[in-house]
Design a protein around this ligand. Sequence first.
Ligand code: GLU
Length: 480
Amino acid sequence: MPDPIRVRFAPSPTGYLHVGGARTALFNWLIARKLGGVFVLRIEDTDRERSTDASTRTILDGMTWLGLHWDEGPVHQADGLARHQADARRLLDAGKAYRCFCTPEELAAKREQLQHEYRYDQKCRAIPADQSDARAAAGEPYTVRFRVPDGVTQWDDVVHGETRFENASIDDFIILRTDGTPIYNMAVVSDDIDMRITHVIRGDDHIPNTPKQILLYQALGAPVPAFAHLPMILGGDGKKLSKRHGATAVGDYAQLGVLPEALFNFLALLGWNPGDEREVMGVDELVQAFSLERINKKSAVFDTEKLFWMNGRYLEHKPADELLALVAPLLVKEGLITEAEAEARRDWLLHLLEQLKVRARGIYEIPKMARVYLAGEVEYDADSVAKQWKDPATAERLGVARDALQALEPWTVEAIEPALRAAAERAGVGFGKVAQPLRVALTGSSASPGIDHVVYLLGREGALRRIDRARERLAAGTGV
Ligand code: GLU
C-alpha cells in the first residue's frame, strides 16, 4: 500500500472565511476523502498584529458548517517558531543562506533610487563566514537571506502543467527577519515538511511563492510535494471576486438562508466539473467523481443566481422535518407563531413546508411565504387581483367555491380538488375560472402551491372567511 496522501488547508486568521478559501479547503478535503488521505488544518497565525482568535473561530465554524472536517489540527503555525528558526539556521550553517547586515535605511535608499527595477544587490553574499560570525557575535543586527543558486526552478503543476522560473529572476530573499522571526515562505516550507504534506493545493495567487518554496525544500534536502494551483474566482463582471460583488463570506451565505450542502456542491463546481452534465451532486457523489486532473486552468465565475438555484434544489429535497428544525425558530422570531404553537401544530407545519420548500430558493424566504397561512389578514397583490378578478362573474364563482367547501365531507386534502371541479362544472365554467380567483382570495396572489393544499392548510373556517372577505371587497368595488 502506498503511503496516504497528506494535504492541508492553511488559512491566515486575519478575517472571515472567504468563499475562495472555502473552495481551497473543499478541494483539499475532497481529494483526501477520495484517496483515503489525511486533511490537515493549519492556522497561519505568525502575523501577530493581524491574526485574531475571533477570526480563527469564524474559519473553524465556517468549515464545520460546510462539513469540512479536518483529520489533524488545527495546528498553529506560531507554535512552530523554534523549528522554523532551526531550519533557517541549518541553511545558514550549510552556507545555503547568509547574514545580511544591510540596514533598512540602506535598502530603502537603493529601492528609492531604482524604483521598480530594484533587486537586492547581493552585497552581503560575499562576506566570509568568519567575518559574518564575528559581526553577529558583536551584536550587529542582521537578516538571513537565502542564497538563490544559479539555474532554473520548475515543477509540473497539476493544474497548469510545466511551470518554470529562471532563478536569476528570484532575489536572495529573506528567510529570517532581524528579530529572528521567519518570513512566510520559510515558515510554510518548514511546516509542510514537518507535516509530511504530499500535495500543496492552494490559490494560484501563490504561484510566485512556489519557486522560492521549492528552492527551500531542495536546500533542506526534503522531498518536494506536488503543487496544484487553483484558478481564481471572478465575479459576474469578470473582475476578481470581492465585496463589490456582494457576499463573499461563508457566514454571509449561511445568513442568507443557503444550506451548507448547497454551498458545498456549488463551491465544488468552481473550477472543477465531473466531465458530464451533472450539477446537483451530493457529497458522496462529489467525492467519487473528484480528481485533481479535472481542475480547470481558467478562472471560475461565482454566479450567485446559480447558487440560489442550486439551493432551491437542495431545499426541495430536504426532508420537511429537518427543514422545520431550521425554519421554526425563524417563524417564532418573526412573531408568526409561538414556540408552543409550533410544537402543537407540528404536523400542520410539516404539511406547509412540504408545499413551500419546492418554491423557495433560500430558507429565509420561507417565513415570508408562510406568512399568508399564519396571519389573519391577506395582503392582496394588485396585479394578481387585477388579472384574476376582472371578470364580473368573479363574486359568483367564489360563491360556488364557497358552497362546495362548506358542504365538503370528509374534509381531506384529496377531496378538495374534485369538489371544486364538480362545482365549476355545475356553474358551467372551466376549473381554472374558479380556482384562479379563489387562489387570489385565499392567498392574495396568483402564485401559490396547489389550490387543494392551500385550502386544506387554511382549514374550512379560514378558507370560508377569506372567501367572504374577498366577496365583500368585490361588492364594495375595491376588489379590482
Ligand atoms: N496562509 C496562506 C493564505 O491564506 C496560504 C498558504 C498556503 O496555502 O501555502 O493565503
